[in-house]
Ligand binder design. Structure first.
Ligand SMILES: Nc1ncnc2c1ncn2[C@@H]1O[C@H](COP(=O)(O)OP(=O)(O)OP(=O)(O)O)[C@@H](O)[C@H]1O
Length: 323
């Protein structure tokens, strides 16, 4: 895969934003006080009903971009809209169209779970939505905690409430900023089932940031990869995967790989991953391992995962920078 294949340049002439888009980031720059450029010309849009992933290493600018979208901070230049409403000029309308699940656990300790959802609905000017609140509580596995005080909940349960709070006003655009960081498997499954249902049945657009690339691969139709404040790749998940389509030979070994093989391998503890294009490449690789005295166990052939594409793209853009 070459850098040109996947790197989508942001300049000089980005396509005009689609007026039907759910979210538009148009040439967005953000410089923090002190001069740090957290976002540098971010330009993409998310369509209604789309499940969109925003990926990037720590510090890439994902949370900064979401803060601009949620109106919590202002872009230095550029424009952000939600369903056609400018997040600065038309803040109140834009904010009502968004359901933002923040990374941090913030909650009011004096309310019960249900009360907190009624309170949050009132904040968006929504009343008489008891049936929807019940559905959200049920969908997120919170029904039996509806009367519990927020203080009594475990961390995982509090996170479910944060998700519920973001959904009480039935927003057409749902924003999830690392919603599954440090949460257990059960909550992940409950969350993704419910969010996927809203996405499919109600046509909600979803913007997800996550470090769990297998989650993004399974859920997102399109993905943008951000690095140092720039979009370095933007494509459908299937195209990103197919551009890097390679087979991976995965095995375990206690032996040290000879330098020529080590240079091509990704080693995690005893697990080694090596790429091979086809059956002939696989045969050659196994032969080289044998000749190198490497004893392999638990051999399997896997397809390239989004994680490999991500590491490729991040690596290529680093090479581009140094060049
Ligand atoms: N208020 C601030 N003032 C100065 N720099 C900031 C501020 N907030 C964020 N940054 C910097 O901007 C860059 C982008 O941060 P941001 O939190 O958006 O990254 P991220 O992609 O969400 O990272 P993570 O995956 O770790 O959450 C980082 O280098 C961060 O240190």
């Amino acid at each position: 895969m070459s850098a040109q294949d996947t790197i989508s340049p942001q300049t000089p002439s980005p396509a005009a934003p689609d007026r039907h888009a759910a979210v538009v980031f148009e040439q967005v720059h953000k410089t923090y006080p002190g001069g740090f450029q957290a976002l540098q010309g971010v330009d993409f849009q998310i369509m209604p009903g789309e499940f969109f992933g925003l990926l990037g290493p720590n510090g890439a600018g994902k949370t900064t971009l979401i803060s601009l979208l949620a109106g919590l901070s202002q872009a230095t230049s550029g424009r952000v809209t939600v369903m056609g409403h400018d997040v600065r000029a038309d803040f109140a309308t834009a904010r009502k169209l968004l359901g933002v699940v923040p990374q941090e656990l913030v909650f009011d300790p004096f309310f019960s779970v249900r009360e907190s959802l009624v309170q949050q609905s009132g904040y968006f000017g929504v009343r008489g939505n008891g049936a929807w609140i019940d559905e959200v509580l049920e969908g997120l596995g919170l029904a039996d905690k509806a009367r519990a005080n927020m203080r009594q909940l475990s961390g995982g349960m509090k996170r479910r409430v944060l998700v519920a709070q973001a959904l009480v006003h039935k927003p057409p655009v749902i924003v999830l900023d690392e919603p599954t960081a440090g949460v257990d498997v059960e909550l992940r499954q409950t969350l993704w089932q419910f969010i996927s249902r809203l996405n499919r049945q109600q046509g909600c657009a979803v913007l997800l940031t996550t470090h769990y690339l297998e989650e993004a691969e399974a859920l997102c139709q399109r993905i943008a990869m951000l690095k140092k404040g720039r979009v370095v790749a933007l494509d459908s998940t299937s195209r990103l995967l197919s551009k890097a389509s390679q087979n991976l030979l995965v095995f375990k070994t206690d032996d040290t790989l000879p330098p020529d093989l080590a240079a091509e391998a990704r080693v995690t503890g005893r697990v080694v991953q090596m790429r091979c294009a086809d059956a002939a490449g696989l045969e050659l690789l196994l032969q080289r391992l044998r000749q190198g005295g490497v004893r392999v166990e638990d051999v399997e052939l896997a397809r390239t995962a989004l994680e490999d594409v991500f590491l490729d793209i991040m690596g290529e853009s680093a090479e581009g920078e140094s060049a």
